[in-house]
Every structure is written in C-alpha cells, then in structure tokens.
Write a new protein. Structure first.
Length: 347
C-alpha cells in the first residue's frame, strides 16, 4: 500500500487551467453566434451540436470533409500571427465538400495545445468564425484540448470537420464530363495551405527578411494569406447552370487533383501560359531551385479551384464568376485520352 501524500495537487498544478478553458468558451460564444443559420438547434456549450436539415432538400445526401492547416502553423508561430489560420482550416474542408455540389451546413473545430493561451486561441477561433460566416456555414461546436507535455510552449494544432448537403440528383461526380468541355481556373489567394514544408525549407535556405516589401505587401503577409473560400460564387453558379466538375487544388497541384474527377478515357490539357503565376510562386521556384514538374505537383501555382463546364456554357460561367469577384482564366479543355497519356497535361 502506498502511503498518503502530504502534497495537495490540483489540475492547474498538472498544467491544465480549467478557468482559462471557461474564459475561452465565453470569448467564443459571440463569434459563433455570428455564424448561426437556418437549421441550427441550440448553441455552443452542449455535448453535441444539433442541426436540422432544411425541408428544401427532397433527397438530401450528406457530404463530410476533414482537414488541418499543416506546417503553415509553424510559420504562424514564428510570426505570432494567429488570426488567419482559422480561415485556412475552414476553407480546406468546405472547399472540398463544395466540389461534390454540397452546400456547407456546419463546421466543428479541434484546437489542441500544451498550455492554453486564451488570447491566441481566441484569435484562432475568430478566424474560424470568419471563415464559417463567409461560407454561410454554422460554427456548431468544437473541442479545446489542453495537454501539458504534448506540445511545445506557444504551439498548437488544428483540425476541422465540415458537413454539407446536396440533392442526390445534383451530386457532381465528373460522370458527365466529355471531350470538348472547358476547364476554367479560379485564382488562388496565394499558397493556401499546402506545400509549407517546402516553403519553410526554401525560407531557411534563402533567409529573406519576412518584413520586407514584396510587390507592395510584406513578404510575411503574402506567405500567410489565408486560403480563398469559393463557396458562395460556386453555389450560385451551380444554381444557374450545369457544372460538370469541380476540383479543389490542394496537395498534388493541378496535375494530381484534376484526374480525381475524370473518367479513365479522358484527359485535361492545360495551357500554362493562359494564367499568370503569381510572384510568390516565382520567388519560391527561383530561391529553391524547384523544377517545373515539382512546382506543379506541390503548389496550386495560382489556380485554387477549377470548374469544368460545357463549351456552350463556358462564356456565361466565366462572366458570372467574374461578376461575383473571382479572377477567372480559361486554362484548358477536356480531350479523349490517348494510350499512355497522363490525365492532366500542362503545356
């Protein structure tokens, strides 16, 4: 039998501050309230989030997606910038479910750290709430985990989970794509949230001044630009015409993501001269000595989303997306695939 200890320990002595957690919940409540939408039952603070699917769906199919922010967080720690990574977190999931035609309904987040800093966590969640608000998606709940010894001081990790709904008859799966269809590209806001291990390696080699001017903005601001949210313009486009395929350009770039919506007998032929690769990607390629093929596999290279429509609808889709504030390029077309040919060819 062990002898009774004369030491009186608390959870705070073990490194977990329950009061800080409570303070964070109170700080989050008004942020989450701004994201509320039709279907939400209850609010932040329960054991689970409740959501009622709208009666506007006759045969609703739920579409879910989960993701994180990756090693872009390392740059956020270094720069002490925490207000935009939450937007990245939301965008990586809602853009993913959007490509199957789904309207994002609600989002859940997971914030894990070694020691909870309420100001930092609030900044992160403010970004999550902003991303949800811009996507028309409710921040329905989440989890904050304070785990001493699991993470270095000042660091945290993020994960997110989105759920959307689409009419069964309107699921976008690429099955209607045929030769002659047009591939439109929507400009990215920057690197988004993929390839940051290579970005950080290039920074360690080039040793730039991250506070220096870079084409009118601080280099740090350009590197930390949050992932663009394409939800509202693309939902409006889907409501006005047939969209045959959507591709969120994440890890793997254009060359590995577009084939995910193509049948085996099709290929997407893209013209690299049809859009301008933003200066940041040129800088990364130059200072890292990165080959063209590697750039195309790792980064979005300026195109964050592709839209595949019929040739007849291409001009109207271009005009509608441009009117909605998107920078749009006509970047290629779908062709019959020749034997041995890759499913995405960049010329």
């Amino acid at each position: 039998m062990s002898q009774p200890s004369n030491v009186s320990l608390s959870y705070r002595d073990a490194g977990v501050d329950i009061d800080a957690g409570d303070a964070l919940v109170e700080a989050i409540k008004p942020l989450a309230k701004r994201t509320m939408r039709e279907g939400v039952l209850g609010g932040i603070g329960g054991f689970g989030g409740l959501f009622e699917i709208s009666k506007k769906f006759k045969e609703p199919v739920l579409v879910s997606g989960t993701d994180g922010v990756g090693t872009k967080l390392k740059l956020a720690f270094e720069l002490n910038r925490h207000d935009t990574v939450g937007i990245d977190l939301v965008a990586m999931s809602v853009n993913d479910i959007l490509v199957q035609g789904a309207e994002p309904l609600f989002f859940l987040d997971y914030f894990a750290c070694g020691k909870l800093d309420v100001a930092t966590a609030t900044a992160v969640v403010s970004g999550i709430a902003k991303g949800c608000e811009e996507s028309g998606c409710a921040l329905l709940g989440g989890e904050t985990a304070e785990m001493p010894g699991m993470y270095p001081d000042g660091e945290y990790d993020l994960a997110g989970f989105a759920v959307g709904a689409v009419e069964k008859s309107q699921i976008i799966d690429g099955s209607k794509i045929v030769p002659g269809d047009v591939v439109l590209g929507l400009a990215s806001s920057g690197i988004h949230s993929n390839g940051y291990s290579l970005v950080r390696k290039i920074i360690s080699v080039a040793k730039p001044d991250l506070e220096a001017d870079f084409h009118g903005r601080k280099l740090a601001d350009v590197l930390m630009a949050p992932t663009r949210l394409y939800v509202k313009p693309l939902l409006a486009l889907m409501a006005s015409m047939e969209v045959k395929g959507l591709v969120h350009i994440t890890g793997g770039g254009l060359v590995e993501n577009i084939p995910r919506v193509l049948q085996d007998n099709l290929t997407a032929v893209l013209d690299a001269s049809s859009w301008t690769m933003p200066p940041l990607f040129k800088w990364l390629q130059q200072h890292g000595g990165v080959a063209d093929a590697e750039m195309h596999r790792v980064f979005n290279c300026g195109i964050g989303m592709t839209v595949i429509v019929s040739k007849e609808n291409a001009d109207a889709a271009f005009a509608q997306l441009e009117a909605a504030g998107e920078t749009v390029y006509r970047i290629g077309e779908i062709r019959a695939r020749e034997e041995g040919q890759a499913q995405t060819v960049v010329l």
